[in-house]
Design a protein around this ligand. Structure first.
Ligand SMILES: [Mg+2]
Length: 294
């Protein structure tokens, strides 16, 4: 039987690199003995639909686009209850996932790896049942994901994110939240940002060193950040986040489950895209939920 690979790509991602390379990618897969089916996406959410509908029809589901496209494909394969390995050619502007998992940012090398690499299992998170692969967040990154114009993100990459962070921090309001963690701990206080993450890189910046995290242990990093009262405290918060040191304005936990409630609905981001505005959130980690090729 001929091996089959499904290649889903977002033609509008990042610098539209993929159009240029499409025939080389198909040839790379062909030369490795795969029959290739190509599906460009036409609207948001379509990559998830395609992956979910066809997860078990192929030996490999390959995809290309930014973190949002990958979110859809991994989520679709997971929701189909499939363990078909997912290969990824990153072409987005931040590529947090690719940086964390050491996936080539060179299109041809990444394509080659998909048919010659090894598979590994990774955890996924669920945000009120919706899958995310590396971060669910309220506060900072939510604003950045929408407010940074698409063109600016493409041209400037992660520095656009960083500028937005600096600019938006000052305007942000702390919100009262209540969190109940898996082990029974309750945290109730005012914070500007909350994150459930399974990633070394978030918003284009490295927050955890390579050997600091297990990405398949059934737990994620839960982080809450207070605003701080002045630029000095703000600087210290950023440093504590980047260097993983103690700071009274930063709460960090490792957990597999958190229930969060807010006083009002709050917008969230899932893997850098808008994830919905909610008053109650159940965050859960599914251990080794999907297989990726690295
Ligand atoms: Mg983990």
């Amino acid at each position: 039987m001929e091996k089959k690979i499904l290649f889903i790509y977002n033609p509008n991602s990042g610098r539209e690199l993929i159009r240029e390379y499409l025939s080389y990618i198909v040839e790379t897969f062909n030369e490795a003995g795969y029959d290739v089916t190509v599906k460009p996406t036409q609207y948001g959410g379509q990559a998830r639909e395609i992956a979910k509908a066809h997860a078990d029809d192929y030996a490999i589901i390959a995809c290309s686009g930014g973190d949002g496209t990958l979110n859809e494909v991994l989520g679709g394969v997971y929701l189909a209850g499939s363990k078909t390995p997912v290969g990824y050619i990153p072409t987005g502007s931040t590529n947090d996932f690719a940086n964390t998992h050491k996936i080539h940012q060179d299109v041809l090398k990444a394509a080659n790896r998909i048919v010659r690499g090894r598979t590994k299992e990774i955890d996924l998170g669920l945000f009120n049942g919706k899958p995310f692969d590396y971060v669910a967040a309220f506060g900072l990154f939510t604003n950045i994901a929408y407010d940074t114009p698409h063109d600016l993100k493409s041209v400037m990459g992660h520095s656009a994110y960083f500028l937005e962070i600096m600019r938006s921090f000052a305007d942000m309001k702390e919100v009262l939240i209540k969190c109940e963690l898996e082990d029974g701990e309750i945290i109730e206080d005012y914070y500007i940002i909350g994150l459930m993450s399974n990633s070394n890189y978030i918003g284009g910046m490295q927050f955890f060193m390579d050997d600091e995290l297990a990405l398949d242990d059934g737990e994620m990093e839960f982080t809450l950040i207070k605003k701080g009262n002045d630029p000095v405290q703000f600087g210290n918060i950023i440093r504590a986040l980047m260097e993983n040191t103690q700071n009274k304005n930063v709460v960090r936990r490792k957990t597999s489950k958190v229930r969060i409630s807010f006083e009002n609905v709050i917008p969230w981001t899932l893997d850098g895209e808008y994830g919905g505005s909610v008053k109650y959130v159940d965050l859960e980690v599914v251990k080794k939920a999907v297989k990726i090729i690295v």
